[in-house]
Ligand binder design. Structure first.
Ligand SMILES: *Cc1c(COP(=O)(O)O)cnc(C)c1O
Length: 391
């Protein structure tokens, strides 16, 4: 007797849950495992943000049911951030919606925009939530392959007309997880004009918008003229301020889409805890030097990891954003075989590329979100212990 629906029964286990099980078993066996699999920053949330949360929690008004669309302070802070960072003006009342982490909003956007049987255009490889939310909404996923020779940008012109006719949503994500690819505004221009030609809205996931290096600044899709007519952008405080556990994000852009998403959400959740929203507003409004500091740390780790990989013959260009290295597996290995060899020989967990869709086969992802000392230890083990046979 099974108490789950067929729909849920057919979901393959969440990749990271499987890896965590393996990790636990290895730790149990006394192996010193270094986990470069998961994308959860090791650095703490800056103190001024934590202190603001404590302060806001002491006000009884803040402990009641929150506003459905998010408190004024948070929506205004997001609008101000867009104006400062991108020179994009947003109406905080209609063009900004608070989310319980951007993953929540992304997952709920799909049933907001599609009916059963409709198609969603999804980058491959990509963050698994886009595909899973589509499956749970009884939609169809159409994979847009992201190829290295195209800077991991989808080739819109190769999507068949009959697919476009049934498509109700396009997902994009730059700086990308897992590819670490970044784009310039010209790409978003092309994406918006494609979306307009076919009347398919775009949801751009900008979770790593502020995790960038050197003089690269990630653009917002809303910087494209007229983008608000056909797109929304998801953002998150998780990666920018090391606030993954706080669960606070937002969606901005097209007001009809935001209104529809808000209608769906109003019937499911009741919004994020007000003190968390107020502390998040404070994070956005305060001195941003913590971001520069975090990015410097990732940049140094990136250099160390690229150096370690080069020593086993894996060469990757330095990414301009995200805290991931997306690298081709050595010749003669599948993604799974290589990740397994690395784990067994060095105790280092990396993620096989096919975990992000079949388009990720032939690659692996390294997450730089562990303390420096552990990261350098992992690099040393890869340099010294990993014996790979290249055919
Ligand atoms: C981490 C991540 C998110 C989710 O962020 P939350 O706001 O913590 O839900 C969304 N998209 C991508 C690509 C991510 O890597």
């Amino acid at each position: 007797m099974s108490y789950q629906s067929n729909r849920v029964g057919q979901i393959p286990p969440y990749l990271f849950a499987e890896i965590n099980k393996k990790k636990a078993a290895m730790i149990e066996a006394g192996i010193d495992v270094i986990d470069l699999g998961i994308g959860d920053p090791d650095l703490p949330t800056p103190t001024h943000i934590v202190e603001k949360l404590i302060e806001e929690m002491q006000d009884p008004k803040n402990l009641k049911y929150p506003s459905f669309i998010g408190c004024n302070e948070f929506r205004q802070a997001v609008a101000d951030f867009y104006e400062r960072q991108y020179d994009v003006k947003l109406d905080p009342n209609t063009e900004v919606l608070a989310l319980i982490g951007s993953k929540e909003g992304i997952a709920h956007l799909v049933p907001t925009l599609i009916d059963p049987g409709d198609t969603v255009l999804i980058p491959d490889p990509s963050y698994p939530v886009y595909r899973m939310a589509t499956y749970l909404a009884n939609g169809k996923s159409y994979s847009m392959p992201l190829k290295e020779e195209n800077n991991f940008e989808p080739e819109f012109s190769s999507i068949p007309e009959e697919i476009l006719e049934r498509s109700k949503l396009i997902f994009l994500n730059y700086p990308g997880n897992p590819t670490a690819a970044t784009v310039d505004l010209e790409f978003f221009n092309r994406a918006i004009s494609f979306a307009r030609d076919h009347q398919i809205p775009i949801a751009h996931d900008s979770a790593y918008n502020m995790v960038t290096f050197d003089d690269y600044k990630a653009p917002s899709i809303l910087q494209v003229d007229g983008a608000k007519e056909i797109s929304v952008e998801f953002g998150s405080l998780s990666k920018t301020y090391n606030m993954t556990g706080w669960r606070i994000g937002y969606v901005v852009g097209n007001k009809e889409i935001i209104k529809a998403l808000s209608t769906l959400k109003t019937n499911i959740d009741t919004g994020q805890f007000t003190p968390i929203q107020k502390a998040a507003a404070f994070a956005l409004n305060s001195d941003q030097s913590c971001i520069t500091y975090h990015n410097q740390i990732y940049r140094e780790r990136m250099t160390a990891m690229l150096d370690g990989l080069a020593s086993i013959g894996v060469k990757v260009d330095t990414p301009k954003g995200s805290f991931f290295v997306w690298a081709p597996v050595p010749k003669g290995y599948t993604s799974t075989e290589f990740a397994t060899s690395v784990l067994e020989q060095t105790g280092v967990i990396i993620t096989p590329g096919n975990a992000f869709g079949s388009g990720g086969e032939g690659y692996f992802r390294v997450s730089l979100s562990v303390p420096n000392q552990r990261l350098y230890e992992a690099v040393d083990r890869i340099k010294q212990k990993l014996e790979i046979t290249i055919v």
